[in-house]
Design a protein. Sequence first.
Length: 291
Amino acid sequence: SMLKLGEVVKFVEEHRRLQHIRTQKTAKTALLVEQNLENNDRYLEMRSKKAVLQLRIENLKKKLAEIEHHGKEEKGRLSEAQQNLLPRAKEIRKAQIALIARRKRLIEQRKSYDADLNRLSEVGRNITLRQSYLLRDLQGVYPIRVSEDGHCVTIGGAELQFLNSKDFGGLDEESLATALGFVCHMTQLISRWFEVPLRYPVKPMGSRSMIYDHISNPTPLSFPLYSRGGGVRKELRDAYLLLKADIAQLMSVKGLKARKVLSQNLLMLLQTEESVKLLLQLERDTGGGGT
């Protein structure tokens, strides 16, 4: 009985050991299965990612192929455009060269123009200076003076009375004719120096000077700057007014505003220091009236 009890104990212990071993193997097997399942999940996940990546790669390859295709087409069109633009580029280059040459010529012409303009300005200044000398000399030849009593102006010693009457009555006819002849000669000289053709041409002949009207009548009319006697004053007055118009024309060319008084206009036209002084004296003595 004791032997059988010992065998039973051994059997139980062996059974427990085997049970323990079985339990360990079961646990290991479960662990391996779990690990295999995890590995399988990772494998499947990796395959899924791989498939997605392959799909993206295929799409990228297609896009790259399309881009390369479009690039080749664009390159071809660009090459064709370059071939088409090459003649135009050559034309533009030629035009640029021609433009540079024209600019150089323009610069040279501008320099020449500036030089000519400077010379012209210098000539203009010399002409103006020469005209002033001539006007000064003219006033020396025909000096204009205001009488001491302030009743008249003398030109070259001949009296030019203040003309207020319509018929020029009561005047020294010979002195008036001489003075008007001097004014006529001065007007003609100034018109030549200024290169201004007179609207009413004059013919200086001293005290028998004439003035002509080619405008009012188809047939030229002549007016004496002197009295022909017999009480005929209208011709003289008309001649006097035409002479004043000529002097006003010369003043307009010089940018001067004409006045009613002939002697004042003549002094303004001379534009010398002496004539300015006389003009001021004349305005002061006459109060702006007179001839």
